[in-house]
Design a protein around this ligand. Sequence first.
Ligand SMILES: [Zn+2]
Length: 67
Amino acid sequence: MPVSTVDAPTAQLTNQDRCDRCSAQAYVRATIAGSDLLFCGHHFRAHEAGLTAAGAAIVDERHRIGE
Ligand SMILES: [Zn+2]
């Protein structure tokens, strides 16, 4: 399987990663000011605009929901 070296996430989220807001499985990591925030799909949608506006680096693995 080819692996892109461009914009590759440094660490894939696992089923041990939990949303900071509700403890559901996390599918999105947002890094801002050196801190990692983890979100489930629901809570990422709720905070996406603010995170993007704040310049957060987003690792979006929501395509894995349901796997
Ligand atoms: Zn959540």
